[in-house]
Each structure stands twice: as C-alpha cells, then as structure tokens.
Design a protein around this ligand. Structure first.
Ligand SMILES: C[S@@+](CC[C@H](N)C(=O)[O-])C[C@H]1O[C@@H](n2cnc3c(N)ncnc32)[C@H](O)[C@@H]1O
Ligand code: SF4
Length: 467
C-alpha cells in the first residue's frame, strides 16, 4: 500500500469528537458477530476447513484458547467469564478443551501454529500444572513456529501471580503478555471491586522482562467510576515509568443491560461525557510526550515495538485479539464463546460451559452460529481492515486486487465521505483516501460507512461508544 502513515499521527479535536462520536462496532470482525447465524452449520464449517487445510500443504494457523474463569468479579467487566473459587471447575473444563481439540485437529491438516493467544476470563486462574498440561496438549497436536517467528501471548491478571508462573509461561513458549491494570487509583479500584497494588503489577512486569518476554502490554480503562484527571494522571505517570512496550487504553463500555455486574456500579460515580474526553485527551498528550506511537483504536506502542514498526511498513493487521504483525491467517478458537475465522467464514462457540459440555459429550463441535462471507463482504472486510491499520485506502491497489473502481463500487457512500472531508476527518484524492490525524480517533465512524449491514435492523445502542 502506498499511502503510508506519517508518524506524529493523532490529533485530539474535542468539538469534532463531541459532534460525531456515537455508538458503533469495534470491527474485530466484519461482518460483526451480531450478523452470525445458525444457518452456518457444523457441516459448512467442516467443508471450509477441509478445503483450506489440505494434507501435505503447510498453512499457518492462529490458535485462540478461551479460559473463562476468574476468582473475583470486577464490576466493569464485559468479558465472557465465570466467577468461581473452585479450581476443580477448571479441571473439568480442561478435559472438554481436550475433547474439542480432538474433534478439531483432523480438520487442520498441514497447520503450523504461528500465533497463540490465551484469553479470558483469566488464563492464570489455571494452576501451573494445568497451564503446562494444556500447552503440552496443544503442542502435541500441532507444530509451532519457533520463538523468533511466532506471536504467543497470554492475558495476565497480575493479582496473585507469582514470578515462577511467569517463568513457567516463558518456558512453555509464551513471548508476549498483556497485564490487566485499569487504574491504580484506590478509589476507582474500590468502586469497581478490583483491588490491585502497584507492587503486584510491577513485580509481574519485572519478572516478564527478566525471563525474556518480547513484548509486554498494559490494559487501562478510561471512563470508570470515580476516575478523575488528577487520579488518572498519577496512574499514567506510574505506568509510563514502567515503560511497557504497548498500552491498550480502553473506553469503558457501560452496557448494564448486557453485563449484569455493571449494575453494581453507581452511575452517579461515572465521569460525564465531557470528563471522559478530558481523560482521553490526557492519555493522548501524556503518551505522545512519552514517545509512544498511536497504533489505532485503543492501542499505543513504543516506536521500536514491532507493532509500530509494522505500522510504518504498512504490514499491520487486525484480528479478534487486536493488532498483529502477522498476516490475517486462519484462526481456530477453542473454548466457550470463542470465535474462529477459517477461509472466508466465521464461526462461534456456545457461550456457557453447560452447552459446551453437552455438545462435546455428543461428539458435536460446540458451535452455534457462523457466517460465510460473499465476495462483497470480503472486499469490505479488507477495506475496513486497511482503514483500521493504515488509516488510508489506495484505490489503484483496490482496483488491482478486487477489479473494482472505488468511486463506482462505493458511489452510495461518496457523499458521506465528502461530508467527513468537509469536517476535516479525511482527505479524498484522485486515487486515495487518507484519514487525517484529527479523524483517526473516529476511524470507527468512517469504517461504519463501509458496513453493508448497519442500518439493516441493528440497533446501534447495542454497541459501545466509539469514543
Ligand atoms: C479478559 S480481560 C484481561 C485479563 C484479566 N482477566 C484481567 O482482568 O487482568 C481483558 C481486558 O478487557 C478490558 N475490559 C474488560 N471489560 C471492559 C469494559 N466493560 N470496557 C472496556 N474495557 C473492558 C480490560 O482492560 C481488561 O484488562
Ligand atoms: S476484568 Fe479480568 S479478572 Fe476482572 S472479571 Fe473481567 S476477566 Fe475477570
């Protein structure tokens, strides 16, 4: 792609954001998961997998494993999780993961795992023995890329994780991690029921550095109850001093009608829309001053982190786990609620352990819905991905790749793009579209123009705020 990104790449334009930000999808997939349907069956899935993975032909694979358990509930949490202190539940779950792996494995002839991601919930809910057992099962099932080629990542809740667990994870082959922090402010921690000392967090980070993790990321959230600019300034200062390679700063998605525990948050304690923008603006100023690059959506990285390098080279990708340097490869998702992507299809597993176990007991893959993409979906997915990763489209490249004329194929959205151009979000050239630094925080709004399904029965309220 030729229309590359300049690096001083983000401008916070408050009035523009106030006027335009609304609700919208995060586009970890296109079409978004709410378009998936039960008409995409296990048989369809088997057919797609066997046409992509052919014996004797090597093909890269990304593996996602969902571990849904957590010890305690964080009130803000929007993830698919089960709160329990009973480690026996994990034991049963692992046995079923093994059953799912046994059903899936024959469909993936020639696969080599180049990406692995353990997400949740909290993967470190598993004991050291359970973690070892699980990784050994996966490694016995598939060949893995070597450490300097593969991205092998895990989400860590630093509370109660011992340095020897970090050491073990490195031995098992993990080379990237993300640490959930959210905010160090004690008042905020109290309000969201997540008490986590700085010492615990920093000791995990130190252990990860010492045993050679390639990239360490920290998750923060802005918009939590009791958050103030003064409190979040202190949090950001502490986080920046620890110098993680990457930072994810999520916009708190408050959707209490979907996530019950969020009803325990006192809405009067939530920052106002204007205070939220103050917090976001603070993050951007501080991170840019500290030398971090804006990667896109909620992500920042140091200039020498491979995400920033890939962005400059135009080789950044986006998938269910966020941004990645690897090609958009097939994704096999194991465990409850996991979403896989094979060839031109998506499929999602059932969300509860009861349904998951019942399916596997009957020898059926535990999927409940999916989607087979048509050519138009594939084109739109590609363009949305380019916008999210490179903030630009190159019409000649689109012509070469898809045999379509941008101006003609997307004639219906040209007036809307022209409107965004007038607003200063983007620049349309003869042969390119470039999102300008002041439009980048609103990239979801621009991507939404390319979403064929929006407005066809979806209620935008079900999505989180774009800013
Ligand atoms: C599965 S959790 C992280 C792993 C681990 N369970 C932990 O809490 O440390 C992934 C991340 O999603 C983010 N997150 C969870 N709920 C959210 C919400 N409602 N809005 C925005 N971000 C959220 C948090 O930053 C969290 O660290
Ligand atoms: S934020 Fe992490 S630890 Fe907290 S409930 Fe969600 S998944 Fe569990």
């Amino acid at each position: 792609m030729s229309a590359h990104l300049d690096v001083q790449n983000l401008q916070f334009d408050r009035t523009l954001i106030e006027r335009l930000a609304g609700n919208g999808p995060r586009y970890t997939s296109y079409p978004t998961a709410d378009r998936f349907h039960a008409g995409f069956t296990e048989q369809d899935y088997r057919q797609v997998a066997s046409s992509c993975f052919v014996p004797g032909v090597n093909r890269p694979l990304s593996l996602y494993v969902h571990i849904p358990f957590c010890n305690t509930i964080c009130y803000y949490c929007g993830c698919n999780k089960i709160i329990t202190k009973d480690t026996g539940k994990a034991e049963v779950y692992l046995q079923y993961l093994e059953k799912e792996l046994a059903l899936q494995r024959p469909l993936f002839a020639g696969a080599r795992v180049e990406q692995l991601h353990f997400g949740g919930g909290t993967p470190t809910f598993l004991s050291d023995e359970q973690l070892r057992w699980l990784v050994e099962r996966l490694r016995a099932a598939f060949p893995f890329a070597p450490d300097d080629e593969g991205e092998f990542s895990i989400e860590i809740d630093p509370r109660k994780v011992q340095p020897q667990t970090i050491q073990l994870l490195r031995e098992l082959g993990f080379n990237r991690m993300s640490l959930g922090v959210q905010d160090f402010d004690p008042e905020v921690q109290q309000a969201v029921n997540r008490i986590q000392s700085e010492a615990e967090t920093l000791s995990v980070l130190k252990a990860a550095r010492e045993c050679g993790f390639h990239s360490i990321s920290i998750d923060l959230i802005y918009g939590l109850p009791k958050q103030t600019v003064a409190g979040f300034t202190a949090t950001l200062d502490k986080v920046i001093a620890a110098r993680p390679d990457r930072l994810s700063i999520y916009n708190y998605a408050h959707l209490p009608h979907l996530f019950k525990p969020q009803r325990r948050i006192n809405e009067a304690d939530l920052p106002s829309a204007s205070e939220k923008l103050d917090l976001l603006s603070l993050c951007i100023d501080k991170l840019q001053a500290a030398g971090y690059c804006y990667i896109g959506m909620d992500h920042f990285a140091l200039p020498d982190d491979e995400l920033a390098i890939a962005q400059r080279a135009g080789t950044l990708h986006r998938n269910f786990q966020g941004y990645s340097t690897h090609d958009d490869i097939d994704l096999l998702a194991l465990g409850v609620s996991g979403i896989g992507k094979i060839g031109h299809s998506y499929s999602q597993n059932v969300r509860t352990t009861e349904e998951y176990y019942a399916s596997l007991d009957e020898g059926r893959l535990p999927q409940f819905r999916g989607f087979a993409l048509q050519q138009d979906d594939v084109i739109r997915r590609d363009l949305i991905q380019q916008l999210m990763c490179e903030f630009a489209l190159d019409f000649s490249q689109i012509r070469a790749q898809w045999q379509i004329e941008f101006q003609h194929y997307f004639a219906d959205i040209l007036p809307k793009l022209a409107h965004y151009q007038q607003e200063g979000l983007l620049q349309m050239g003869e042969d390119s579209l470039r999102i300008l630094p002041r439009g980048r925080l609103l990239v979801r709004n621009i991507a939404m123009l390319f979403d064929h399904y929006l407005g066809q029965g979806q209620v935008l309220q079900r999505y989180s705020k774009t800013i």
